[in-house]
Design a protein around this ligand. Structure first.
Ligand SMILES: C[S@@+](CC[C@H](N)C(=O)[O-])C[C@H]1O[C@@H](n2cnc3c(N)ncnc32)[C@H](O)[C@@H]1O
Length: 189
């Protein structure tokens, strides 16, 4: 399904796609899938690990904003998150996105105990996927969705995470056949 955004957002997304490899952005079909998922599920509190220049954040932010929700996104590279901030402003989602600068594990470890999300998209250091899962688990609401990108393209690095989520009794997990492979899990309780 083709999303119809305002002309500035459409133009910005197309521009960002020209440098997709350089900024390691998610592929458009994955971004579109996540956008539609948030909208149809009515999610209002999203967490992203790995902001880069904000390409995926725009897609997630647009869906969350349509639902009256908010996005928290984590990035440790100043040059990337300052560009993301500008892109969020350009696309009209800066008001609902909080960029948490810093190392993902440290930021996640110090999230307020009562900070809960109904959606998580993990797209940072693939070898740390297992750590992100352990740290985000207590902050994901029952019924929420946990996703991790690149589980087919970076199979070996994410294997400990895949084993952990498959074995976890609170999650129903599958890998979706989207470019790079998207790990997709519902938290049951
Ligand atoms: C694959 S890119 C994210 C792309 C973004 N989700 C998108 O689709 O537009 C991964 C990002 O995670 C950041 N990153 C990697 N390891 C990190 C860490 N340990 N803490 C915080 N950010 C990290 C990198 O600087 C990079 O910008």
């Amino acid at each position: 399904m083709l999303e119809t955004f305002d002309p500035v957002t459409q133009e910005t997304l197309l521009e960002l796609e020209k440098t997709q490899k350089q900024f390691w952005n998610v592929y458009r079909p994955t971004a579109e899938f996540l956008h539609n998922l948030i909208k149809t599920e009515g999610f209002v509190s999203g967490l992203e690990v790995g902001t880069s220049n904000g390409y995926s954040g725009i897609w997630l932010g647009k869906a969350l904003k349509a639902n009256g929700g908010k996005l928290t996104t984590i990035e440790f590279y100043e040059k990337r998150y300052s560009v993301a901030k500008q892109n969020f402003e350009k696309c009209g989602v800066a008001d609902i996105i909080t960029i948490r600068p810093g190392s993902a594990k440290a930021v996640l470890e110090y999230l307020p105990e009562d900070m809960m999300f109904d959606f998580a998209f993990v797209d940072a250091n693939k070898s740390e996927s297992i750590d992100y899962f352990r740290l985000i688990h207590p902050h994901l609401k029952a019924g929420g969705i946990y996703t991790t990108d690149n589980v087919l393209s970076h199979k070996e690095k994410v294997q400990p995470y895949i084993d952990a989520i498959n074995a976890h009794p609170d999650y129903r997990h599958t890998v979706l056949d989207l470019p790079a492979g998207l790990s997709f899990a519902r938290k049951l309780r």
